[in-house]
Every structure is written in C-alpha cells, then in structure tokens.
Write a protein that binds this ligand. Sequence first.
Ligand SMILES: Nc1nc2c(ncn2[C@@H]2O[C@H](COP(=O)(O)OP(=O)(O)OP(=O)(O)O)[C@@H](O)[C@H]2O)c(=O)[nH]1
Ligand SMILES: [Mg+2]
Length: 361
Amino acid sequence: MGLFQKIKDMFKGNTTSFDDKNEIPVQEKEEEIGENEEENVEIEEEQETVSPKKEVKIYEKGLTKSRKGFVSNLMSLTSRYSKVNEEYFDELEEILIMADIGVHTVMSFMDRLRDRVRKEKIENPEDLREIIVDELFIIYVDDSIMTNKIHYAESGPTVLLFVGVNGVGKTTTIAKLAWKLKEEGKKVLLVAGDTFRAGATKQLEEWSQKVGVDFVGKEEGADPASVVFDGLKKAKAEDYDVVFIDTAGRLQNRVNLMNELEKINRVIAREVEGAPHETLLVLDATTGQNGISQAKKFKEITNVTGIVLTKLDGTAKGGIVLAIKEEVQLPVKYIGLGERKEDLQPFDIEKYIYGLFKDMM
Ligand SMILES: Nc1nc2c(ncn2[C@@H]2O[C@H](COP(=O)(O)OP(=O)(O)OP(=O)(O)O)[C@@H](O)[C@H]2O)c(=O)[nH]1
Ligand SMILES: [Mg+2]
C-alpha cells in the first residue's frame, strides 16, 4: 500500500487508531500563550485533553494556509488537465518550486514521476494525485535518521541550547516546550543567555512565570557564558531535569556569534558531561530559502542537532520541510503551528502529510 493510502486510512474518518482512551487529562486550564484567541475558539473548546486526535487537529488547523495555497494549486492543476502531458509536468514543477520544496528535490522528484508515468502508462492526472504525495514524502518517511526524539541525559540535567537569528521564535518556542515538559512532570529551568537585546531577559522571565517554571538571568550586557554557568550550577544543585538556554539572535557579526556560541558551549560541556544534549536551530518557515541558508551557516559554526520550524501556520507554501531534509540534512524535531502553547508539536511526518493533503484524500 502506498504512503498516501496508508495515511488516509490512519486519519480519515478512522476513529479506531485515535480513540479516546488514549487521551491524557490536562490538570488545569492554563492561560493561553497566543494573543489572537478569537481565531482559536474551535480547538480551544476541546482543549480539556491532549490526545493524538487533537494533535492531528492542530496540524490540520496550522496547515490551513498551505492547503489553501500549495495544495489547492496542486488540486486545480489536476482538474485543469485531462491528460498528463509536457505542459502538465511543467506546471507541476513550477507549483512545487513555488512551495519552497527546493530545486534539487523537485528535479529528482520530477525524474522519478516521469519514469513512473512512462512505465505505468498513466494518462489521467487524477491517477497521479496519490503518486505525487507518495513520491514526495517517501524518502522522509523511510529515513530513520530523521527522528523527532529529543536526546535526554541518562542522569543529571538535560541541556537544550536554542540558536537562530532574531525574530524566528526561539524564546516563544522555549516557553511552549518548557510548558509541555513541565506538564509531563519534569522540573524545568530557563536560562536567559540572550543578554544582548534589550528586554530579552525580561521576556524570558515573563514566560517562565506564565508557564510556571523557574528562571535564571542577569542584567542586559552581562556575559552570556556567566549566565549559563549560574544556570547550570543551580540545575545541578537543585536536581532540574531539563535546562533550556536561550541565546541572542542578533550579534554584530558572524565572528561574534561564533565566539559567543563557542564560549557558551565550553561552559556547558565543562559543567554537565555530554551536554548540550541538543542544539536546536530555530527557523521561521515563512522565510523560505533564507531559512535554508541560515541553517547551512549555523551548521558551520556550531554542532546543530535538530531544527524547530516555526510559523508553519503563516506560510502558504508548506514544502520547506522537504527542502530542509534535502539541503540541510538535519531532523525537524518540532514545528510551530500557531501562537498558543499547544501549537508547538513534535514533528510527525504522517500527521504533517495528512494536515497538508487531507482535502485530496
Ligand atoms: N504564528 C506563529 N507565530 C509564532 C510562532 N512561533 C513564534 N511566533 C511569533 O514570532 C514572534 C517572535 O518570537 P520570539 O520568540 O520573540 O523570537 P526570538 O527568536 O526569540 O527573537 P529574538 O529574541 O529577537 O532573537 C513572536 O511574536 C511569536 O509569537 C508560530 O509557530 N506561529
Ligand atoms: Mg528571543
């Protein structure tokens, strides 16, 4: 069975794989992280529990823009052509490139698709819908290296370092994930390693209060490595499970950024063996190819172990996940599908494909 069919069976009108017995009660209703709450009414009413079924809904809702953009272009292409021909292929190629999928991925995909069309003698574009989804994503699904699992320390605190350029969503991602882990019963500490931008430390402190976790920070302009040192000392002395380190996105130049990350990493490695356990690069999905080049640069200056792709709810393109896979070769571990704390989700390729292509299924 193809991937498309498998995912369709998993999610579409099939309640057995997501029945309510899997639901985990949330102790109490928390204050929402997001500000534009009117738009969220539909899901919010059902937010009493966090279940796989609700996670699928968050994917569906967060990918609405991409469905209306990328996927509806794809569907209209199928309905405009009665026969698969050269013009059809040209248009398909253009739609995929416009969807941020990345030129290399699109080219090799087009080759495979043409091959299948020839071999299987496919003439009707309708018959290509499933094949397109299968061929686009099969590499991702089959690749076990692309795990979304966070690497936790076997003993002592797990240290998660967050890096990325300014405005991509580092601080809010930390808040969302800190909330999630706290709800799972972990003792969480936030460390304000961004002492560069005015107000950055205060912003993280406010988040720590909102989501109900602890915080370590110093005054603006303090040495970030010394804040990290203080944070890790506290984490070890008071048995924290997870330490989140926020860093500055905006430094005068690349050399400064590199030096600062090196210094922070030295302190982390010295204080906690095997740390940082993850260095998560935060990318803004709405920046497309620019995000890809940020990832390449960060990979050169520090040991990035995974990607958090934010603001997927804000893009009509939806294909950047594939470009990251092809051009950056790092796993996407979390995705941001909106501004509420529940909207940060572990990246799951099957839910993602369903959220994107459900109208075709
Ligand atoms: N719609 C949407 N907005 C998001 C998401 N993630 C973050 N944002 C918004 O992006 C903006 C910037 O987020 P921050 O967390 O402050 O970004 P940052 O990387 O810490 O920025 P600097 O501290 O300036 O480097 C905020 O308004 C967030 O609410 C997401 O998944 N979806
Ligand atoms: Mg920040």
